[in-house]
Design a protein around this ligand. Sequence first.
Ligand SMILES: Nc1nc2c(ncn2[C@@H]2O[C@H](COP(=O)(O)OP(=O)(O)OP(=O)(O)O)[C@@H](O)[C@H]2O)c(=O)[nH]1
Ligand SMILES: [Mg+2]
Length: 439
Amino acid sequence: MPSDEVVRDTIAAIATPPGRGGIGIVRISGPGAGRIARALLGRLPAPRLAEFARFADARGEPIDEGLALYFPAPASYTGEEVLELHGHGGPVVMSTLLAACLDAGARLAEPGEFTRRAFLEGRLDLAQAEAVADLIDAASREAARSALRSLTGEFSAAIEALQRKMVELRALTEAQLDFPEEELDDVDRHDTAERLRAVRAALDEVLARSRQGSLLRSGVHVVLVGRPNVGKSSLLNRLAGEERAIVTPIPGTTRDALREPIHIEGVPLVLVDTAGLRESGDEIERLGMARTQQELGRADIVIMVYEAGSHERISEPIAQSARIEVYNKVDLQPRFRAPAGALAVSAKTGQGLAELRQAILRTAGWSATGESVFLARERHLRALATASAHLSRAAEQQASWELFAEELRLAHNALGTITGEFTSDDLLGEIFSRFCIGK
Ligand SMILES: Nc1nc2c(ncn2[C@@H]2O[C@H](COP(=O)(O)OP(=O)(O)OP(=O)(O)O)[C@@H](O)[C@H]2O)c(=O)[nH]1
Ligand SMILES: [Mg+2]
């Protein structure tokens, strides 16, 4: 993306999290960074060398001492002149240091503004900029690994490879536009059809890897439901590996929905324990059951828990989310066989729990193929799906080169929104406003 021609102001923000820490960093970016260095440190530090310095305000009052790092443009995070002041990470020190930068001519950065500038300066494409936020927000090791892959450009490279194939195909078809239809021979048609097939297959593969990766971002909602006392809370505790929910032999123990974030093989899930469903019960229990219904509305996966050997079923209609049927307490019914498609488990002994974990992952759409996945966002999935729809329309348009080329162009543009080649200011605003200040 080309840099916009406006002269930018100089921004400053505390880049480290609020609170107390050994080190706190104030980051400054923009054409005035050098001037601010002179104002606070009395000199311009040597480029890219950590220098010990005293930080003082405009009246010469000392604020702190620490390291100063100066990056001349364009070799910096934002591509602009950048100054980092590493002081002691106390809230008072940091806000005084920041105030001194503002006095010296900087303005407070908006959320995500450093990364937005990096994007505008062409240091990162849009998918990489998003990966910065995803890496910081990663909820599991697996999510962090995938975010890092996007940050280093692996996802963008896959998108660009698809775009290149589309451009080749467009060039080929647009050359045909100059000839009357009847002069085209079948060889050309066959060749384009073959190439289109290859692009579609490659796009489908990227889409599959992205769908998988999107699971690492979103955190799948898994809701445990069943009649009272079947062992829902016990199963939650088992899956969480901790005694989170209260378990008693009294039916109706769980009154309120309890959410517990867990990981299975690095995939983040939110496990929700609910109040058991039954007709009777006091007012609290009825309110609890109303919450159960709410949770069901939000569920990606519902785990229906039954007691092995019991014929009690849930009478309430359950939302049409993907479901897993589980028969618990099989330790009490050693001869019990679960019906086809259902699992026999014991929260007490742990029997069947590994299978349950695998079933949850499978139902969520996760397949451990060993193939690296892309930590895609909803926005990316939509763009890929749009591109895929245009390609399938192109496949139907082979009688008309104009329409065929047009569908290819639209598919190419849809992919361009991922890396930010074609994006509106509104979209940029929306993406970067979700960052924290200082990123
Ligand atoms: N033997 C055996 N007992 C179990 C098993 N799972 C749960 N229990 C017992 O069954 C009783 C009910 O367990 P809970 O986990 O509280 O059941 P719940 O479905 O959450 O019940 P409510 O919150 O009342 O809806 C407790 O006494 C548990 O110890 C199991 O796998 N085997
Ligand atoms: Mg319970």
